[in-house]
Design a protein. Sequence first.
Length: 379
Amino acid sequence: MYLVAKVKSIDHLKKFDYILFTAVIAITVMGLIVLKSATSSMKYGESIYRMQIYMVIAGVVLALVTNFIDYRIFRTVSLYLYLFSTLLLVAVFFWGEGAEDVGADSWLSIFGIFKFQPAEIAKITYVLLIGVILEKIAQGNKGKYIWMLPVFAAIPIIMIIEQPDMGTALAFIVAFAVMFFICGIKYRYLIMAVVFIGSLIPIAWKFILHDYQKNRILSFFKPELQDADALYQINKAKTAISSGQLFGQGLFKGIQTQNNGIPIKESDFIFSVIGEEIGFIGAGLVLILFTVIIIRIFYIAATADDLYGTFVASGIGGIYLYYFIQNVGMNIDMLPITGVPLPFVSAGGSSMLTNFIALGLVLSISLRRTEGMFERPDI
C-alpha cells in the first residue's frame, strides 16, 4: 500500500504543470512587490498589504489542494454549487455592502470580520455547471440541455449587472462565449444565440443597465461623454505610465504613486503603478507572464482527457484573458473603465482566492491528461 501511494506521488510530481504554476507564482510575487510600493503611502496600506500576503498563502494552498482533487468529481456536484452561489448572489440584494466605497453592493460580511464577493465564487461554479451542460450537448444529448444552457448562463449575469457590477458580469459573458465556441456547435445555433442576445440588448438598455453604465458604453465611442471622475482616473493613469519610460522611476519613487495621484492604485489601476515605477520593462514582463499563463491554459484545454476538462479549462482561460485585457486596456485608455482587478496582482481577498482555486482546477485537468490534442465534435 505504501509503495502504491509512493508511486502515485512520484507520478503526480512528474506530471505537475510546472510551467503554468511557475508563471503564476512569478507574477504573484511581482504583484506583491509592486503592491508594497503602492500601499506604502496609503492610510491603511499596511493592513491591505498584510491581508494580501495572507490571501496569497491561502490561495497557493487552495490551488495545490484543488490540484490533487480529480476535477471530474465536480460533474456530479456542479448544479448544487451553482445553486449555492446563486443564493449568495440573492443575499447580496438584501445584505450587500460596498456601495459607499465602490458604488456597488457586491460584498457580504461574515460577522463583520471578513468580507467576500459572491460573484467571485459564482465564476467558478458557473464554469463548472456550464461545462457539464455543454458536454451533454456535445455528446448528442441536445433536447432539454440546449434550452437549459441560456437559462443557467443568463441568471448570474443578470443578477450581477443589477448589483450593479458590469465589469464582473462581462467576465461571465466572455467565459460563456469561449466555452460555447470551443463546443463547436453548428452555425445555426450560433446564429440563434446571437439573435437571442441581440433581442435582449434593448431590454437590458431600458430596464437593467444604470445610467452610469450606459454612459461608460457610449463614452467608448464618444470619449467626450466621459464624466469628470473617469477622465481624472484615466488621465492620471496615462500620466503615470508614460512617465515610467523604459526602466521606470524606481520602486517607492513614482511621483503619481507615492503622492496618491493614481486612483485605486492598489487594485484597478495597479498596472499604472507598474508602468510608472518599473517602466516598460516591468509592464512588458507582466504582458509576457500573462501571455504564457493564458496560452498554457488553452493548451491544457486542447489536450484535456475529456470534453468536460476542455470546457472548464477554456472557461477559466476566458476569464483570465478578459480580466487581463480589460484591466490593461482601461489603464492605457483603450477600453472603458469597468473597475476590474489584474489577476494575481491587484489587492483583493475574494479575487485572489478564486483565481488560485481556478488555477488548481486547471492544474487538476493538466495532471490527468493522457491523450493528444482534443478534436471538437461536429454537432
